[in-house]
Design a binder for this molecule. Structure first.
Ligand SMILES: NC(=O)c1ccc[n+]([C@@H]2O[C@H](COP(=O)([O-])OP(=O)(O)OC[C@H]3O[C@@H](n4cnc5c(N)ncnc54)[C@H](O)[C@@H]3O)[C@@H](O)[C@H]2O)c1
Length: 468
């Protein structure tokens, strides 16, 4: 098929290249210099798994809107619907709440609709951009004409794995009342993969998209609440969440259930804020989304408290919003830095994906703000304290490690754990050989699972997923 793209940014370009790889021919319109530069130099300014290989070979070219319309049967619109930087999640949340800015999206939709009318050319348009429920009805539909058939088709992808997520979605979401247009888009997706399609109204699809993102933020706030409880009691957060992850039938999938920093990225925090604006507009009995954002901020504040317990220079390792990316949008590590600066501290930040060279570190309190693999065996100066909200860092004997939410590894809890283990051994017939297993006794094929930190543990492999 001939496919067009309006907007070849962080979402549009990787997806356009994945579509091209499936045998389609793609042209796009994008007024931004970044895309033109990326296509010219064959280099992306952001890390995206599998993108470089496709970029090396791509025939995608930029074209005027008129050409995108004249040659395309299906046009995807992946134009930004930004929020003011204040709502990004790297600073404290302001009092004010706002909807997204739809001016870019409206402009690009008007451009396509005008060209379709001028050329009297029928075209199916699939909007990918994130919008709040009611937006297409209110802002976009009035721009359409008899030559434009619309579906709302948001993607559920995480930055960094855009291509994989586009090619392997849980489902394809198609909102729209135009059956022919929807069926056309379904035929297109049949050429890409065989994952299920969920068809519904545009309003429903708009809400499904933002609630999917805010659900992720909710899971992260939930596990980080458990992390704080565990840190203040004798529980171990990974032991707790590893058990919850096994309840994938009655509870939830294992993803986004490993405690760490707050949710981040260009989508989730800002979607929460937009939803909290909507909650106010609708006069909801509870502005749940507001609570999520406040919880994210307060949990970051608590990490600042942990750093302040040590009278040492403050260092945050990692600026990116998630591991192995160089994107800092919505980064909770930067929110933490801003909170510390507000409290009067000088804060040094270092991220190997963003900084050419590591500074010369002195004895400090380090907090691992991004779960980059590079920090697992980092060389910390002797006498330093390392606060690890991810519980994956290894340190030498001359460095104090604070695995957040893993009380069992702190000195006090180590004693408690020892006592606990002793008691369990007594119950087990004073056997010193076998570790105390947790039995799933109801199951006919009972499986033995060892909680992290116990002898015989299968270890936890904390799922490093966070952010959008
Ligand atoms: N990046 C993601 O992971 C992701 C995931 C899901 C949804 N989304 C949503 O998709 C949309 C795009 O996100 P993004 O991250 O790619 O944004 P982006 O800012 O990286 O890219 C948007 C692109 O649109 C271009 N543009 C602006 N006006 C245009 C016009 N009139 N015509 C054509 N192009 C125009 C810009 O130059 C830019 O290159 C947003 O609504 C976002 O919320 C993004």
């Amino acid at each position: 098929m001939n496919i067009g793209f309006m907007g070849l940014g962080k979402l549009g370009l990787p997806c356009a290249m994945a579509i091209e790889e499936k045998g389609h021919s793609v042209v796009g319109y994008d007024p931004g210099e970044i895309v033109a530069e990326a296509l010219r130099t064959r280099q992306l300014p952001y890390r995206e798994e599998g993108a470089q290989e496709l970029l090396d070979l791509t025939n995608i070219r930029l074209a005027p809107v008129a050409e995108v319309v004249s040659r395309s049967e299906l046009i995807f619109v992946a134009v930004q619907t930004p929020h003011d930087e204040r709502f990004e999640g790297t600073t404290r949340i302001p009092q004010e709440r706002r909807d997204f800015d739809y001016e870019f999206l409206k402009h690009s939709m008007a451009q396509v609709a005008e060209e379709a009318l001028r050329q009297q050319k029928h075209v199916v348009i699939a909007i990918i951009s994130t919008v709040l429920p009611g937006t297409v009805r209110r802002e976009i539909s009035p721009l359409l004409n008899e030559y434009t058939q619309l579906v709302y088709n948001p993607f559920f992808i995480a930055m960094g794995t855009t291509i994989h997520d586009f090619l392997h979605p849980e489902f394809v979401l198609l909102g729209g009342n135009d059956l022919k247009a929807r069926q056309f888009v379904e035929r297109f997706y049949a050429t890409i993969h065989n994952h299920p399609v969920y068809a519904t109204t545009i309003d429903n699809a708009e809400l499904i998209k933002v609630s999917y993102n805010t659900f992720i933020g909710m899971k992260i706030v939930f596990v980080n609440t458990l992390m704080e409880i565990c840190h203040k009691t004798h529980c171990s957060v990974d032991a707790v969440t590893d058990a919850l992850k096994m309840a994938s039938d009655r509870l939830i999938s294992t993803k986004y259930l490993t405690a760490g920093m707050g949710d981040g990225g260009g989508c989730h925090p800002r979607d929460n804020i937009a939803m909290s604006w909507l909650a106010g507009e609708l006069g909801l009995s509870c502005n749940f989304f507001d609570s999520l954002m406040m919880a994210r901020e307060n949990q970051t504040e608590w990490l600042a408290d942990l750093m302040e317990q040590h009278d040492l220079p403050k260092v945050i390792l990692g600026k990116a919003f998630k591991e192995e990316t160089n994107l800092t949008v919505g980064s909770p590590a930067i929110l933490l830095k801003n909170i510390l600066v507000e409290r009067g501290h000088d804060v040094l930040m270092y991220d190997p994906h963003l900084d050419a060279e590591a500074p010369a570190f002195q004895r400090s309190v380090f907090l691992i703000g991004t779960r980059h693999p590079e920090f697992r065996v980092f060389k910390f100066p002797a006498g330093s304290v390392v606060i690890d909200p991810w519980r994956y860092v290894e340190v030498s004997d001359d460095v104090t490690l604070v695995p957040v939410g893993q009380a069992a590894r702190t000195e006090q809890a180590a004693q408690t754990a020892a006592t606990h283990t002793k008691q369990l051994h007594v119950h087990a017939g004073d056997s010193a050989t076998a570790a105390p297993p947790h039995h799933l006794e109801d199951s006919p094929q009972s499986t033995t699972v060892y909680a992290p930190g116990m002898t015989g543990s299968q270890g936890s492999d904390p799922c490093p997923i966070s952010g959008s």
